[in-house]
Design a protein around this ligand. Structure first.
Ligand code: ATR
Length: 275
């Protein structure tokens, strides 16, 4: 049996074990995947445990995605550029770190909402860790321009400036947001605004959106945020956050096993776990 797991703090709400175990069963891979609660002071020992026990792969979640990098043997180009690792592959004792969050998001966006991102204008709302991975992955698709907007404007400026200028990522000042959104083909909310089920909070005024544009939200609980509902009323195509979770796990599965991930089964089991 090949061993897999996810480490985080907290970890008990993780849906990765049900999703990955279903994927192994679906494809006939003899694998087992469990969640492990690892506090920051035990991170180094946990990675030593991966080596000692011969785990084939590990997912890494909050708060370990940056700190874990120092304990690995090799970091992929993408994970280096993003500065965070969420997937580790054990290649005969060599631990290699990858980041599948951003590419998982983009694969979901392309499969579910907008197959061709080249030449498009994209707005990313928020400038935290999630925004960073998504910006890098979106830039690989050859868009015309990517704009970052954030409540704390200085963080958007810093984030945009940390990428090579060839990636065409720039910060938008708060007072310029409406006009940039009006021209955008894709608008992505990476902030936590809209996550609380009781408050109809919106990251931007949906009336700013161009009808026919894609409105996308990383939040997957609720599956359809107030932002997405209002964007849909405005005539936009909408894209929720569940696919990002499914595809980041799908990439991890594919790196570990070399087989195509059973996307439909993975999505189905995660959806079923919401009730
Ligand atoms: P993550 O890893 O999920 O991106 P993060 O690094 O804590 O989390 O980033 C959270 C992002 O959501 C930030 O861009 C934050 O804006 P600030 O930089 O101004 O803090 C944004 N955010 C969180 N709550 C927000 C709110 N109520 N209104 C607007 N933006 C908010």
């Amino acid at each position: 049996t090949a061993l897999f797991g996810v480490i985080g703090d907290p970890i008990r709400h993780s849906k990765s074990p049900i999703m990955l175990n279903r994927a192994f069963r679906e494809t006939g891979v003899n694998g087992g995947y469990a969640a492990f609660h690892v506090t920051p002071e035990r991170l180094e020992q946990a990675i030593a445990g991966v080596r000692g026990l011969g785990f084939r792969g590990l997912n890494v979640t909050i708060p370990h995605k940056v700190e874990v990098m120092q304990f690995l043997d090799e970091i992929s180009e993408g994970a280096q550029a993003i500065g965070a690792v969420n997937t580790i592959v054990n290649e005969n004792g060599r631990l290699i770190g990858y980041n599948t969050d951003g590419i998982g998001y983009v694969r979901s966006l392309k499969e579910e909402a907008e197959p061709d991102l080249s030449g498009k204008t994209i707005v990313v709302l928020g400038a935290g860790g999630a925004a960073r991975g998504i910006l890098w992955a979106l830039a690989q698709e050859g868009p015309a321009a990517i704009f970052v907007a954030n409540r704390t404007e200085a963080k958007a400026v810093e984030l945009a400036g940390s990428f090579p200028s060839a990636m065409r990522i720039s910060a938008v000042p708060g007072n310029g947001l409406q006009s940039v959104v009006a021209e955008a083909d894709v608008v992505v909310n990476t902030t936590s605004v809209g996550m609380s089920p009781n408050v109809d909070a919106l990251p931007i005024d949906p009336a700013w959106l161009k009808p026919g544009a894609v409105a996308s939200d990383l939040i997957y609980n609720p599956l359809k945020t107030a932002f997405l509902s209002r964007a849909e009323e405005r005539g936009c195509r909408i894209h929720g956050g569940l696919g990002m979770f499914v595809y980041q796990g799908a990439y991890a599965f594919e790196y570990w096993t070399g087989k195509p991930a059973p996307i439909a089964a993975m999505r189905e089991v995660v959806l079923a776990s919401f009730v």
